[in-house]
Design a protein around this ligand. Sequence first.
Ligand SMILES: Cc1cc2nc3c(=O)[nH]c(=O)nc-3n(C[C@H](O)[C@H](O)[C@H](O)COP(=O)(O)OP(=O)(O)OC[C@H]3O[C@@H](n4cnc5c(N)ncnc54)[C@H](O)[C@@H]3O)c2cc1C
Length: 402
Amino acid sequence: MGSPERVAVVGAGAVGLTTAYDLASRGAQVTLFERDEPGSGMTDRAAGICYDAYAEDIDVSVADRAMDRFRSLSGDGEFVFHETPYVFLAREGDESAATALTESVERMRVHDRDVSLVDTAELGERFPIRTDDIALAGVAENAGWADPVAYVDLFVEKCERAGVEFRVGDEVAVRAEPPTVVVTDELSARFDAVVVAAGIDSRCLLADAGYLIALKPYRAQALVGECDYRGPIVYDATDGSYLRPHPAGVLAGDGVEAVEADSDDWDPAADDWFIEDALDTARHRTKLDPELGRAWAGLCGSTPDNNPLVGEVVDGVYVATGWHGHGFMWAPAMGESLAEAVLGDGRGSIPKAFDPSRFDGDESFTVVEGMTLDGEGDDGDSDVGDGDNDDNDDNDGSDDGC
Ligand SMILES: Cc1cc2nc3c(=O)[nH]c(=O)nc-3n(C[C@H](O)[C@H](O)[C@H](O)COP(=O)(O)OP(=O)(O)OC[C@H]3O[C@@H](n4cnc5c(N)ncnc54)[C@H](O)[C@@H]3O)c2cc1C
């Protein structure tokens, strides 16, 4: 088959929109199917934190590309990439977090990351955060945050300018051999290639087409607290919480349930315990008194080895999902890689370690959350944002979860 001319993308989140634009700007005729509004899946719920503080080659190359692109997009329309250092810390008495942090920083520095270990005095002098309970901290300079809604708005506009046809309001199904999008019982359309970027729903879309992928959803939560916080992004490795500056004050998150969620029956509202804990943690760390603005929950996707599932599932049908809470920060790089793969040799610059066919899709595995320090994941991958297993192997692999 020659280079695909007509490509369908299913899902207008950060990943689908970027892919659609990158395909169209390379000459493909692209139709983008979205059942709700662009961004209305998990992208609108993302905290928007981005960094390059990784310790493995693959993650480093994806993060470098993504950060470059965020920066080059900054100032385009309303989209702004806010350069903000990323502090990750271990509290007094938490030896294992301190050890993991030291090792992580060493590995990051081997990969040329602009990361350093700092003591509490230095940290307190540099940043307006509480430091008297901190044993050790690392600071990654190459980090920042962006508003996911502004990213979506920018890419909707870019897609429109590049000639992408939007089909908003269509909840579609997918068929393979040949690649087909089914809109209704009476209406389906064949394409040269179909990219399934339907977030957590990619699993059921592909299962319905006869292809299993190794993906499980888990729930995560965040809130905005109103105050005047102008400090760094902070990740606390001792309790797994994080926060970043926000135009209304501070955005604080965690509330992760590292067990498989039901993607058809989950609560999009934040739990009371999370709101209370996150506000307490934010008050403690920022030395301010944030009042609750809004709070929410969402689903992230876990895979057996912490790497995402990106690439060709079957001739002409591609998937991009399983981000372990990194889908927003990786979208600028992965959209580009996917477009190259679809229009090139099927692989493009997608790391081999992301190939969805490395799993059968029906294996049993442990749900792993994305934001951890120790990085003892199945693939040995470790960084500030990857890793950590919980003993919650809650699926015997006997069904597809749909
Ligand atoms: C609380 C929270 C905080 C997070 N913080 C961060 C962060 O700081 N940094 C980071 O990188 N990531 C973060 N994430 C993860 C991030 O939100 C996701 O990884 C990312 O948004 C995934 O984007 P996506 O485009 O793959 O999926 P989505 O944004 O979910 O988009 C998929 C789209 O597909 C559509 N769709 C699904 N099925 C169909 C169908 N059958 N037909 C048509 N359309 C369909 C959906 O409506 C949806 O719009 C966070 C997640 C949560 C829950």
